[in-house]
Design a protein around this ligand. Structure first.
Ligand code: HEM
Length: 604
């Protein structure tokens, strides 16, 4: 009986190909083994070993490639930055030690003095900071570099949720293109859409704010005056705190409507908003979100509480609001009514609460947007930014007025000459008070709310007209405090409080000096402060503040009413600022002077 030959028996056959050789090898090893199972498991193990080896080799190649690329990027960054002037690097870690020892503004001041208008500092081996101090170069840089740094975005995203208004970046990027800031990738959300949306919202916000600016102060002023009377009855007033209350009332009434004034939760809202914002930078400073920390979860609970409170207040104000309802009905009559009809009773934290709240309806028209934007995010962010910056400005102005009683007297005379109704000032009245407006601008010049403007160009190197090229992803800063006090832009009295620098005198030009004395303020004219490129309290370029016009108008109207009623006096010199002569920035959040002041009624 013939049998099918088993390959082991066929010792005479010689394989003609590599595959045949392999098969022969396996068939022999199979034949030599005692069991068929054992040989197949060996085959598998062998295969697994080979695959593992291949995988390890591949990983090694990839990791080496990545490291080489990082190294290449590092050298390329050093190479591209070599033409930017700056102090020599003391160590591999750059100037970080120097910056932690001294105030960054001081370090930059010395460096600019020595190295000129563009200066570089190394924050670490891969982090380059470039500071620009020349006003014209600043303008160019702020227009060309449209991205904002991710850190501040991260801090406030953590606290208040997403807000496209303050989105750190809307540049189109692909992973890997930002070698020095890999975390930036995390923040990217459909960039072109974010940019468009931000622009629409900024325009919308500005238009609406200006419409409301004329109406707010008359009822808000009464409310604020009552508040001041109540606090004054208990003794002197902390300038910083009273400014915060005033700013909060102004912003609350603007964004939520006049129902906000009677809202019982407003006080706790103010406290919570400020507390959460204060801690945001701390929690955002962790590279990896610290889920393992109890404090972080406590903080998250507070953030949820703030969100709920925002929702509650919006609901409360929607019910009781009249003032802005009228404005808004004119603008969006049909759609607004439709929304009111379809509005359903929602619970706390419901997104619909904001969806149909009219001031923010367009800000939160996120149904069509694919980005995961939190509806309350824009409201809380704008509320916080508006309160913080406006409080700083008011506190700064009050402090300047008490330090310069002669200017306060002149502002008072100017206010008294304008406006028929003693308790109500309107837009056109304000434009007839150039000294008051100049006082506001001069205060903002001498003590801006933030010491730095920041930008970065994520995708491209930035070429400036001077021929200097700043590498992509470098941190670009404008030391506003230095620029706004620079002699070359403001004259030899740059550090002095002199509102008259923003005024021009018609009489001088027409040669009739006597007229000035007779008709006084009528002959003073306010110059546009933005004509001077070194005036930057509201930033500049495509990412400048959208609330500038609104804030100036509202603060001026409010101050006119307050100063008409009260004289502001200082009780004792500044606490904590060292030389007792100048208000200064204290820290990131409380950047305003907080000396005790008195509001003394003029009719007493
Ligand atoms: C005294 C009051 C205020 C000051 C001093 C101030 C200052 C600033 C500054 C310095 C910036 C950054 C600009 C830049 O980087 O070029 C900014 C951005 C912004 N401000 Fe204000 N601000 C004030 C009030 C307001 C108010 C009341 C609103 C809105 C109601 C507002 C809305 C915004 C927005 C939306 C941005 C972000 C713009 C962007 O990132 O594209 N600000 N503000």
């Amino acid at each position: 009986m013939s049998s099918i030959p088993y390959p082991c028996d066929d010792s005479s056959s010689v394989p003609t190909s590599f595959l045949g050789l392999l098969l022969l090898h396996y068939s022999r090893s199979r034949c030599n083994s005692d069991s068929h199972v054992q040989s197949s498991s060996e085959l598998l193990r062998d295969l697994a070993n080979r695959e593992l080896n291949a995988f390890l080799w591949l990983s090694l190649v990839v990791v080496t490639g990545l490291l080489l690329r990082k190294l290449f990027n590092l050298f390329s960054l050093w190479h591209r930055a070599r033409n930017i002037p700056g102090p020599p690097c003391p160590s591999f870690y750059g100037h970080s030690k120097l910056i932690s020892r001294e105030n960054l503004t001081d370090v930059l001041s010395k460096s600019h003095e020595k190295y000129g208008p563009i200066v570089k500092l190394w924050l670490g081996p891969t982090q380059l900071l470039v500071s620009v101090k020349d006003p014209l170069l600043i303008q160019e840089m702020l227009i060309k570099a449209e991205d904002k740094l991710p850190f501040t975005g991260k801090a406030f995203r953590l606290a208040f949720g997403q807000s496209c208004l303050f989105a750190p970046s809307y540049e189109k990027l692909v992973p890997g293109i930002v070698p020095y800031f890999p975390m930036i990738i995390t923040y990217l959300r459909s960039p072109v859409k974010v940019q468009k949306r931000r622009e629409t919202l900024a325009t919308e916000l500005n238009e609406r704010l200006l419409k409301t600016a004329d109406l707010i102060p008359m009822n808000v002023t009464d409310f604020i005056v009552d508040k001041i009377e109540n606090i004054s009855a208990k003794g002197n007033i902390d300038c910083g705190l009273v400014s915060q209350h005033i700013a909060f009332t102004l912003m609350g009434a603007t964004f939520f409507g006049d129902g906000f004034l009677a809202c019982p939760k407003a006080a706790i809202y103010e406290e919570l908003l400020m507390m959460i914002a204060k801690d945001a930078c701390f929690w955002a400073s962790y590279n990896v979100t610290p889920f393992w920390k109890q404090g972080f979860w406590r903080y998250q609970r507070l953030c949820t509480k703030l969100k709920c409170l925002t929702s509650d207040i919006a609901q409360h104000c929607r019910k009781s609001c009249k003032l802005f309802g009228q404005i808004d009905q004119n603008v969006h009559n049909e759609s607004f009514n439709k929304e009111i009809k379809s509005a359903h009773c929602s619970q706390c934290c419901s997104d619909n609460e904001f969806g149909d709240y009219y001031f923010f309806r367009d800000l939160n028209d996120h149904q069509n947007a694919k980005e995961k934007e939190e509806p309350s995010g824009n409201i809380m962010r704008v509320m916080f930014h508006g309160c913080h910056t406006t409080a700083a400005l008011i506190s700064n102005i009050l402090t300047r007025l008490v330090m310069h009683p002669e200017i306060q007297d002149k502002v008072y005379s100017e206010i008294s000459m304008v406006g028929r109704n003693p308790s109500k000032y309107e837009q056109e009245d304000i434009y007839r008070m150039p000294l008051l407006l100049a006082t506001i601008y001069e205060s903002a010049r001498l003590l801006p709310t933030g010491p730095m403007l920041q930008r970065c160009s994520l995708e491209h190197d930035l070429s400036l007209s001077t021929g200097v090229t700043i590498p992509a992803a470098a941190v670009l800063v404008v030391p506003v405090q230095l620029v706004q006090k620079d002699d070359s832009s403001w004259g030899s009295d740059a550090s002095d409080f002199n509102p008259y620098r923003f005024l021009s005198n018609h009489a001088k030009e027409s040669g009739s000096a006597e007229e000035v004395t007779k008709s006084g303020f009528n002959l003073l004219e306010l110059n546009d402060p933005n004509e001077n490129a070194a005036f930057l309290p509201f930033g500049s370029g495509t990412r400048a503040c959208v609330g500038q016009k609104f804030v100036i108008q509202v603060v001026a109207t409010l101050l006119a009413s307050l100063l008409k009623k009260y004289e502001v006096r200082i009780i004792r010199p500044y606490s904590g600022s060292g030389d007792n002569s100048e208000p200064s920035l204290k820290n990131r959040l409380q950047s305003y002077p907080n000396s005790p002041i008195l509001f003394v009624r003029r009719d007493q």
